[in-house]
Design a protein around this ligand. Structure first.
Ligand code: PEP
Ligand code: MG
Length: 840
């Protein structure tokens, strides 16, 4: 691979160009190094030969290094840098006369195609031609711009396809790059032209393709000659169908950061980042995060200091677990934020750094901890990735909690009056503690849409605008405010007309929400009369109340592990019975599916002294543990069976991967039933017993399980994790964690078909069930029961009422043929629009 060095007077400029290069290169292996600024901190404008030499060394490759420079002394410094290099390396380094921005983009694309140094340099040098040509056409001149070097006459033995470019901005940088990269994967000679224009250009040249200036709805003709011409054209056709990778930019990726100086900010409003949708009108409740002033104190006894530290750490760990479990009841994915906190609180490097400071410098642990946290924060803040930079906030948050604990202070956030919380930045743990009943909205000075507090605000349904800037610091308590969490706008002390306008918007938003809410108790039936049961996922009795309030048709998943977490011993049979019975009684004659214990994985139970596992998600989790521990499993089964007397309780076994596990679980259940009957304990004559499908082996062999189970419930969270080998909650592989991946959908179809053949029913109880884009596909695949967080039920039922089975069956069939979750989402979005449904 040819690698690239950018030499610029300004580190900011270079960083911006690198961002653009990454955008067009996608996952490419090309390395980019930057030599920018005149001093070590890169703050002073200028260039430095030694830095350039280092940058070249950093990305040196025998295939070559292309060096692009901005102006003036940059060229001189780059030439000097070459003199510092060993001769054999110098010969493989090319200083390129291309304009920095255009050249860098063209070079990045060409290099990512594996082109030679000559080719990459030529592309970069020709990079201005597109711009010159299009500007001269606009000016009506006939500027003498040479056609791109790759233009050629039409070949005769060619295959052709015609494509319409639907992208809003036409074939602009990113889609054009994907087009060129896709073409570049094939041997055939591929040319592209505008329809009705005989001038063809090389489809493997970014400059040439960009120079065509393709706009939205322009038709292009792609011609290919060569052995793999048909495959190449098919790939380009697919790419066009997926809008050249921009199909779902808006919904799948974080919203672009609105500029604080955006000209479309209405007068009087402040613009921030739309972090959580919704409107809020109310008075400011101003919170101030005051970082405690820590003094550096000399100490005599480092061991005593460290033991104080251990106690504080353990206390914070325990509180963090509580917050995590509380969030996990409804939002297991978001709860993983707090697993990252726990990791930081046990990070061996951080802890040994604290110990080192305490012992070497003989200073108080508060001081040492603050130093260690600052170092970690700085390390994250210096990364060139927004998402990772936002993690610095999390570390500061954990750091502050430990300090607060060490100092015996109390937490900052307790909001006991109704209003809009105004704060410089809100930590995830503070956000999790906010009571949505009091907190109408959130407005922060700093923050980003990928910060965990933003994610949690969405989770809690609190409208939020973050990153509004310094004006927020001026807001006084009780000042009237408006938050527009859709547009990312904040009004401080708005005038009457704005207030009236937003009061109307808020009322309308509530009406839509309440309409779904009002009809939530009614059955959800498709337009052509197919009833879909929408049940609730719950973790305790309080959730069961929320389920009823939201119109749940039953409980589709009771996660019993929440009874077992955060305590010193397991709940005994009677305690469990009380809970199961209370829930069943509350749900009256509605079905209640109780899942047997699903601990292990990300939910370890300390009092079980489970062995440490390298990969807990692949270890002794759920039924695997229960089969080993009848002392846990049997009391739970007894409690469920007893609670089932007089109620519609069903038993569900999680994480079944093999028929042997199912049969062992079933035989322990039969044994327990026999024991209870012998003792004369009242239990029903029959209890439905089903299994979760969370492991691909279970989905693939659903036809083997089907005759032996009463039902299947698809745990799409785990099924996706295990199908895509992407740990749930691990943000770095979040791009893979989409249950609409055809690989998951194909398994769901397999389960439905096997169940239907055996006369059994199928439910989906993972997050997918509540996803507006997934729900129609699941119904189309034949799933008749869904289970989700109580809050999602009204909207889900309302959506079902807009669907027609015949349509969604067609959509589902089509979705199964697509190549990625992204393609499925793109497709379903279009279908939802045809029935007037918003995309979700
Ligand atoms: C699932 O895996 O989809 C599921 C519902 O189970 P849990 O999220 O509790 O693992
Ligand atoms: Mg699961």
């Amino acid at each position: 691979m040819v690698n690239i060095v950018l030499v610029s007077h300004s580190s900011l400029l270079a960083a911006g160009i690198v961002d653009m290069m990454r955008m067009v290169m996608q996952q490419s292996q090309v390395s980019i190094a930057v030599a920018a600024g005149a001093d070590d901190s890169s703050q002073t404008l200028g260039t430095d030969a030694a830095k350039i030499r280092d940058a070249i060394e950093d990305v040196y490759s025998d295939d070559g290094v292309l060096v692009l420079m901005d102006l003036g002394s940059a060229v001189l410094s780059a030439e000097m840098a070459l003199d510092f290099l060993a001769e054999e390396k110098r010969n493989r380094v090319r200083l390129c006369a291309a304009p920095l921005v255009e050249g860098a983009i063209a070079a990045a694309i060409q290099a990512s195609l594996g082109a030679s140094l000559d080719r990459v340099a030529a592309e970069a040098e020709g990079a201005l031609s597109g711009k010159i040509e299009s500007l001269s056409q606009r000016a009506g001149t006939d500027a003498a711009v040479p056609p791109p070097s790759s233009a050629s006459p039409v070949a005769t033995d060619v295959q052709q396809v015609r494509l319409v470019v639907e992208n809003r901005l036409g074939l602009h940088a990113r889609p054009a790059a994907l087009f060129v990269q896709t073409a570049g994967r094939f041997q055939s000679d591929i040319r592209v032209a505008r329809a009705h224009d005989s001038r063809q250009v090389n489809a493997k040249s970014f400059n040439a393709v960009a120079a065509l200036g393709i706009r939205q709805y322009d038709e292009i003709v792609v011609s290919a000659t060569g052995a793999d011409a048909a495959e190449a054209l098919a790939a380009l056709q697919r790419l066009a169908a997926e809008k050249f990778g921009e199909a779902d930019d808006v919904a799948d990726e974080p919203q672009p950061l609105p500029s604080p100086r955006s000209t479309d900010t209405p007068p009087g409003a402040l613009r921030g980042i739309a972090a959580s949708p919704g409107y809020a009108l109310g008075q400011a409740v101003v919170l101030r995060n005051v970082e405690p002033q820590i003094e550096r104190l000399a100490i005599d006894d480092p061991a005593a200091e460290m033991s104080r530290f251990s106690v504080a750490l353990e206390a914070v760990r325990s509180k963090t677990r509580q917050v995590r479990d509380q969030i996990a009841q409804h939002h297991p994915y978001e709860a993983a934020i707090f697993d990252a906190y726990l990791m930081f609180l046990s990070d061996p490097d951080v802890l040994s750094r604290v110990q080192q400071i305490v012992e070497r410098e003989r200073v108080n642990v508060e001081w040492a901890w603050q130093q260690a946290v600052r170092e970690s924060v700085q390390a994250f803040e210096s990364l060139d990735n927004d998402y990772m930079r936002a993690r610095a906030v999390d570390i500061r948050d954990v750091g502050l909690q430990v300090l607060t604990q060490l100092l015996g202070h109390t937490a900052v956030t307790h909001v006991d009056q109704s209003g809009i919380v105004v704060v410089d930045d809100l930590s995830p743990s503070d956000t999790a503690r906010l009571d949505p009943a009091n907190v109408l909205g959130i407005c922060t000075e700093r923050g980003s849409s990928t910060s965990h507090s933003a994610i949690l605000a969405r989770t809690l349904g609190i409208p939020a605008v973050v990153g509004v800037g310094p004006a927020v610091a001026q807001v006084r308590p009780e000042t009237p405010l408006i938050i527009d969490g859709f547009a990312g706008l904040v009004w401080i002390d708005p005038d009457e007309s704005i207030t009236a306008d937003y009061a109307a918007k808020l009322a309308q938003w509530r009406t839509t929400y309440e309409r779904a809410q009002r009809s939530s108790a009614a059955p959800s039936v498709t337009k052509d009369g197919i009833g879909i049961e929408v049940a609730a996922n719950i973790g305790n009795l309080e959730d069961a109340r929320a389920a009823l309030a939201n119109g749940a048709d039953g409980v589709g998943l009771l996660r019993t592990e929440f009874l077992f977490l955060d305590r010193a011993t397991a709940p005994d049979e009677d305690e469990q019975f009380e809970v199961y019975h209370a829930i069943a009684r509350l749900m009256d004659q509605r079905p209640v599916v109780i899942r047997t214990l699903d601990v292990g994985g990300d939910k370890p139970l300390l009092y079980l002294h489970m062995a440490r596992e390298e990969n807990p998600f692949l270890g002794q989790r759920a039924i695997r543990l229960c089969l080993e521990r009848p002392d846990l499993f049997k009391p739970q089964l007894r409690a469920i069976l007893r609670a089932a007397a007089g109620h519609r309780i069903r038993i569900m076994v999680p994480m079944i991967a093999d028929i042997g596990e199912w049969r062992r679980a079933r035989s322990i259940l039969d044994e327990t039933i026999a024991e209870l009957r012998n003792r004369g304990v009242p239990i029903p004559d029959h209890v439905d017993v089903g299994m979760m499908v969370e492991v691909p082996s279970a989905a693939l062999l659903a036809h083997i399980f089907a005759p032996e189970v009463d039902f299947f419930s698809i745990g799409s969270n785990d099924l996706t994790q295990y199908t895509l080998a992407a740990e749930r909650g691990n943000a770095s592989v979040a791009y893979l964690q989409d249950g609409l991946h055809p690989a998951v959908l194909i398994q769901i179809r397999q389960v439905v078909q096997s169940a239907e053949a055996a006369g059994k029913w199928v439910s989906v109880c993972g997050e997918l069930a509540a996803d507006r884009q997934a729900l129609p596909i699941l119904v189309g695949l034949g799933v008749k029961k869904l289970s989700m967080s109580p809050g999602s039920i009204p909207q889900a039922k309302e959506l079902v009422r807009q669907l027609t089975l015949r349509d969604v069956q067609q959509w589902a069939n089509q979705a199964l043929t697509l190549e990625s979750a992204k393609a499925v989402r793109h497709f379903i979005r279009r279908q939802l629009a045809t029935i007037g449904e918003y995309e979700g």
